[in-house]
Every structure is written in C-alpha cells, then in structure tokens.
Write a protein of this length. Structure first.
Length: 330
C-alpha cells in the first residue's frame, strides 16, 4: 500500500513515554502511514524500546534513524523529513500521543489545492485533566490569510495536529540554530508557500503539558526574540512577504516578548534575565503597537500593556494562571 502520511518523531531520552506515542500511531484506523523515529543520541533505553516495537510491528512501517551526534529536535526533524516518502508529513513528539481519529480526520479534509490541514489538540495536565484547544481561525484560508492568522495568534503554533504536503519542505527546513520557537517559524513559512490551508475544530492529538518543557525551563534571552523574528522575516515566501499585515508583525513581536518573559518567570530565572526582556517590551513596543495587537489577540496585547506598566503584577497573575490552567505545583 502506498504511503500517504509520514510521521516524524524526534527522540531523545524518551524511554518513559515513547512506547505510548508509537502505540498511538499503531492504533490509527488507516494503514497508509510510516513512522520515522529519529534517535538524537539518547542515553537511556529509548532506542531499545523502539527497536523492539519495530520488530513487533513486522510490516516495515516503523523506521529507526540514528543521528551520529546530538543536534536537537530541529536537526532530527530535518533528518526525518529527508527520509520521508509520504505525500504528507505529520509530526509527533515522543512524550505526546495521537488520538485514533488522527489520520481519518486529516484524510477527510485533504483535497486538491490544500497543502496543510490543521486540526485541534487536547491538552492533558500533569494531574490527568484533559481539555480541547481548537484554533480561533477556522475554515478554508489562502496561504497569506493563514500567515496573518498565525502571526496574530489565531492559530496554535505547534507542529502537532497538522499534516503538511511534503513538497512544501523543498522551500525550507527546520532552523536548527534556533533554541526556541522553531515550530512558529516553520509553520509561518509553510503557510506562506501553501495554496490553501484547511482548519478544523476536531481534536486529533494529545499534548501532554510538562513543567520541564522548553517553554518553561530555559533562562530567557533576547536570542529567543530576535532569532525567530529574523527567521520568519527572511523565510517567508517572497511573493507574499510584503503583503503581511503590520498588525501581524506587531503581534509576533509582542508574542515573542511576552512568552519569553512568562517562561522565565515560571522557570524561576534570575531577575536580570527576565528584566532584559521586560525592557524590550517597554522600549520596543509602543502603546499604539499594543493597542493594535489587542484588536487581534486581546489577552496578548493586554499582557504587553501590563508588563509595560506593572511587570510585578503581571508576574503574579501569570503564575496564578499557570497553576490554575495546567495544574502545576509552582
């Protein structure tokens, strides 16, 4: 049977969860898939677990690719995409899982001219509570419309719960020099090269929220803001880049600043590191910019304004929000 969808899974020390992730692929109600597990030099039993599942599967649909050196998730995804043979590519993290309707939902929404299908995901907190998180934007959009929607915070910027026509990756690759927000960069660029994008509200993926994830575990740096912003500006389809709305760029700059501050607060990073990003929001984003952002993403624009005026209050409110929303202990 021809391969319709290639799943790419970066793997690094995922021994506690990788079997669950792989079994969620095996549980799909379609068989026209392959799974490329890219081991990024794991030092635990991850590789042994995958090898045993490869042997048990028996149809050759699961392939284990070994990286010669640890290069991070972007390098691993590039290696997986390079080996993929499916018409479409989907991404699965080794600590997450697919819902059994993933492939059926994606296939039902693929049509001529549609290059990406975006579905919803379910977030699962450390306490085991699950809740769906659909995108604000819905329906059939052009590539440019989707870029604006994504940069304005109307689409989750994760790689998961999406399938991409594999030929899109002829135009770009994952920026393996970035340490944060590479998923935002790749999605924005992929949308810009797409003819049409279909967005649906059906959940197909379980995202396991973890306090030690990169979103919340790295000391903030201006590199987290400047790097992704430059990559999006330089990587967008040049035929569309000049048409992206000013509001979209304002929202992106605000998102990068606010999320970097938020991650530093949760991680308990040194105050001087967080304050450097606070200064960026205060000095580089005007109240007019943030008012513009509020029209697209009210919570984001208001967060930026609060950081400009009362950063200490923002810190308290944000940490309360994380504890309440994600059942975090901090």
């Amino acid at each position: 049977m021809p391969i319709r969808t290639s799943f790419v899974m970066p793997l690094y020390n995922g021994g506690a969860t990788v079997e669950r992730a792989i079994r969620s692929v095996l549980a799909q109600d379609r068989d026209d898939w392959e799974l490329l597990v890219v081991d990024d030099c794991s030092t635990d039993n991850s590789r042994d677990l995958v090898e045993s599942l490869v042997d048990a599967e028996g149809h050759g649909r699961i392939r284990l690719i070994r990286q010669e050196r640890n290069g991070g998730p972007s390098a691993a995804r590039n290696a997986g995409v390079a080996e993929a043979v499916g018409e479409f590519v989907g991404f699965l993290d080794c600590d997450d899982e697919l819902l059994s309707n993933y492939l059926a939902t994606m296939e039902a929404n693929i049509a001529e001219g549609i290059d990406i299908v975006v579905a919803a995901h379910v977030a699962q907190t450390p306490a085991g509570r699950r809740y769906p998180r659909p995108d604000s934007a819905q329906g059939l959009l052009t590539g440019l419309e989707t870029v604006d929607a994504a940069l304005q915070g109307k689409l989750w910027n994760f790689l998961h719960a999406k399938v991409y026509r594999r030929s899109l990756f002829d135009h770009f690759s994952f920026p393996d020099h970035l340490v944060r927000y590479e998923d935002l960069v790749v999605n924005s660029i992929a949308y810009s090269y797409s003819r049409k994008v279909r967005i649906v509200s059906t959940p197909v993926y379980v995202y396991h929220v973890q306090g030690q994830s990169l979103t919340w575990s790295q000391e903030p740096s201006m590199e987290f803001v400047d790097g992704p912003l430059a990559c999006v500006r330089e990587g967008l389809n040049p035929d569309l880049a000049a048409k992206v709305k000013t509001r979209s760029w304002n929202t992106l700059r605000t998102f990068l600043g606010v999320l970097t501050i938020s991650g530093g607060l949760f991680a308990g990073s040194p105050k001087q590191s967080v304050d450097r990003i606070v200064r960026y929001v205060r000095e580089e984003l005007s109240f007019r910019d943030l008012a513009d952002v509020t029209l697209a993403a009210p919570h984001l624009g208001l967060s930026g304004m609060l950081i400009k005026v009362f950063p200490a209050l923002y810190a308290k409110l944000y940490l309360w929000h994380v504890r309440r929303t994600f059942d975090m202990a901090k």
